[in-house]
Ligand binder design. Structure first.
Ligand SMILES: O=C(O)c1ccccc1NCC(=O)[C@H](O)[C@H](O)COP(=O)(O)O
Length: 221
């Protein structure tokens, strides 16, 4: 592949659904831009299903920590984000623009997620624009995320906002080759999860290394 976009060739990448200490430090060696932590108890990747007390200490690498929440109370989001030193808050439920505003005013980078099935009304995004740093599009599901399923990326051709967006939902080593369809859109990067897993919350280092090499090759152009 030559490049994803003609104008902007730098893409960010986020590895989501982490919680195992050794696995986290192995992935950090690959320098993803973001690492996501699931703060949603029903998820099989919920971080507090393991001892994650090591995350209560800041790390000295540039990878940003993302707390992923689903329809959580604002007070809980703020207290958990402080406890785990999150830089970014990813809102995966039906959170309102006002909730995004409050969290952004508290100093966090905000990713607001929207689930897409076969179609999406992009005018929904307008009222969120002032309060989010990026939109994240994932495959619509009652589980809210982490399904490993893709949606029709062609729907994004109708994207009309100037806000950057992140592509998520079943992103894999195989289908990243189809990202060329996102040319000329304000594409910020990709978010990967279950397609790189050995088991829930445990990533395959060889696969993530291959992804990291691919991102580096794209970003060099
Ligand atoms: O990963 C989860 O279990 C999860 C559960 C509930 C809300 C969000 C969740 N994940 C958030 C992510 O950012 C995932 O990377 C995204 O949903 C894509 O996952 P996948 O389809 O497995 O690549």
């Amino acid at each position: 592949m030559s490049s994803i976009k003609d104008d902007v060739s730098i893409i960010d990448w986020k590895v989501c659904g982490m919680r195992n200490r050794e696995n986290i430090y192995d992935i950090l060696k690959l320098s993803p831009d973001y690492m996501g932590f699931i703060m949603y108890p029903p998820s099989s990747r919920f971080i507090e299903n393991e001892d994650v007390s090591f995350l209560e200490t800041k790390w000295d690498v540039p990878t940003k920590r993302v707390g992923v929440f689903v329809n959580e109370e604002i007070e809980t989001i703020l207290s958990q984000s402080k406890k785990y030193h999150f830089d970014t808050i990813q809102l995966h439920g039906s959170e309102t623009p006002e909730i995004c505003r409050i969290l952004k005013d508290a100093g966090y980078e905000i990713f607001k997620v929207f689930g897409i099935k076969d179609e999406f009304d992009f005018s929904t995004l307008k009222s969120y624009e002032p309060y989010v740093d990026a939109f994240l599009f994932d495959t619509k599901s009652s589980k809210h995320g982490g399904t490993g399923k893709t949606f029709d990326w062609g729907v994004l051709k109708q994207y009309s906002s100037t806000k950057p967006f992140i592509l998520s939902g079943g992103v894999s080593l195989k289908n990243i080759k189809e990202l060329t369809i996102l040319d000329h859109l304000p594409f910020k990067g990709i978010d990967v999860n279950s397609k790189f897993e050995i088991e829930p919350a445990m990533k395959d280092i060889a696969m993530v290394t291959e992804l990291s090499d691919w991102v580096k090759s794209i970003n060099k152009k």
